[in-house]
Design a protein around this ligand. Structure first.
Ligand SMILES: Nc1ncnc2c1ncn2[C@@H]1O[C@H](COP(=O)(O)OP(=O)(O)OC[C@H]2O[C@@H]([n+]3cccc(C(=O)O)c3)[C@H](O)[C@@H]2O)[C@@H](O)[C@H]1O
Ligand SMILES: Nc1ncnc2c1ncn2[C@@H]1O[C@H](COP(=O)(O)OP(=O)(O)OP(=O)(O)O)[C@@H](O)[C@H]1O
Ligand SMILES: [Mg+2]
Length: 265
């Protein structure tokens, strides 16, 4: 597959660039620091390492927000990240909040995706509660592969003030995590949204991230045709079509909610 990892010099430059970005976002907001959700996954781990370095550990707060479907391993990994970095953090169980919301809707049939997305949205609400009370910004953890495929919950994990790793493909996030000194098992950990039991990103999408990264880089960000992408990567045409369709169908998630254009008089 396509190797999108940075050279050593590029990696150092990219780290500096992202850390300056985080400092600028906090300064421009007149904020006193930042808050982020810690899941034990590589995206939030990498973002936490970058932010702790950029802002100082005393200016970053983590929220570990277990749901009924969260694995103990992921939640203890999330706490390990906070403890390794020496940042303040709290653990807040979200399932009672999710249940109260879902049970308040007459006729709710607890659709798996609807409930899962509600978990992501409840986490967003809690992040903003802390941000409002403590004059912090909310750091997002979205990467480029998720952004371009729409693999996130609208107004859930995407409800943030900035995405420091938002222009990095997944393999670049893993490389940066290792460079920052994150534990190897976290840098290499399988991606899971953990919105329902036994969910994995690659299982739900039916494609591995190296394939998604490569198709995005050549065919969505790049200008190779489907046929040229198929030849360059030796992947099925179906995979290219699927990634293109995910990109097209998720445009609404990457834009402000539209309003009708004013009619001409
Ligand atoms: N064309 C359009 N124009 C304007 N709005 C449109 C629309 N099509 C749908 N919508 C709206 O969007 C809604 C569907 O979007 P949404 O609510 O996000 O729901 P949806 O995209 O169906 O589900 C979220 C997906 O992201 C995955 N996810 C979520 C969170 C975290 C992670 C992770 O990697 O950690 C992954 C999750 O596993 C699932 O596959 C519709 O109910 C509708 O309200
Ligand atoms: N249990 C949780 N507690 C706190 N925040 C969470 C939790 N689960 C998800 N989040 C937030 O939602 C974000 C999106 O989840 P996502 O799974 O895409 O990222 P990740 O877990 O950091 O990495 P990966 O995609 O490799 O699993 C997380 O980075 C984190 O900020
Ligand atoms: Mg995850």
């Amino acid at each position: 597959m396509l190797d999108l990892r940075f050279s050593d010099d590029e990696l150092r430059d990219r780290r500096d660039h992202i850390e300056t970005f985080i400092q600028d976002v906090v300064a421009d907001a007149g904020a006193d620091g930042a808050v982020l959700g810690l899941s034990g996954g590589v995206d939030s781990t990498t973002t936490a390492y970058l932010a702790a370095s950029a802002l100082g550990k005393e200016n970053l707060r983590g929220l570990v927000l277990p749901a009924e479907v969260s694995s103990d391993g992921n939640m203890s990994d999330a706490e390990r990240v906070a403890e390794d970095l020496g940042i303040e953090y709290d653990v807040v169980e979200i399932e009672p909040i999710v249940d109260a919301l879902v049970d308040a809707v007459p006729g709710s049939d607890r659709d798996r995706t609807a409930v899962g997305n509600t978990r992501a949205r409840v986490r967003g609400v809690l992040n903003y509660y802390v941000a409002n009370e403590e004059n912090r910004v909310v750091l997002g953890t979205g990467n480029r592969a998720e952004a371009l495929t729409g693999y996130f919950t609208k107004y859930g994990d995407q409800a943030v003030d900035c995405n420091p790793i938002g222009n990095l493909y997944k393999q670049q996030v893993r490389q940066l995590a290792a460079h920052l000194g994150a534990p190897d098992d976290l840098a290499e950990k399988q991606a899971t949204a953990e919105l329902w039991a036994d969910q994995t990103d690659e299982g739900e999408l039916g494609l591995d991230y190296d394939t998604i990264d490569a198709i995005l880089a050549l065919h969505v960000d790049g200008d190779l045709s489907p046929a040229a992408t198929e030849r360059a990567l030796d992947v099925d045409r179906d995979a290219i079509t699927q990634v293109r369709e995910l990109y097209e169908a998720s445009k609404h998630k990457r834009a402000m909610p539209p309003a009708p254009v004013d009619p001409t008089p």
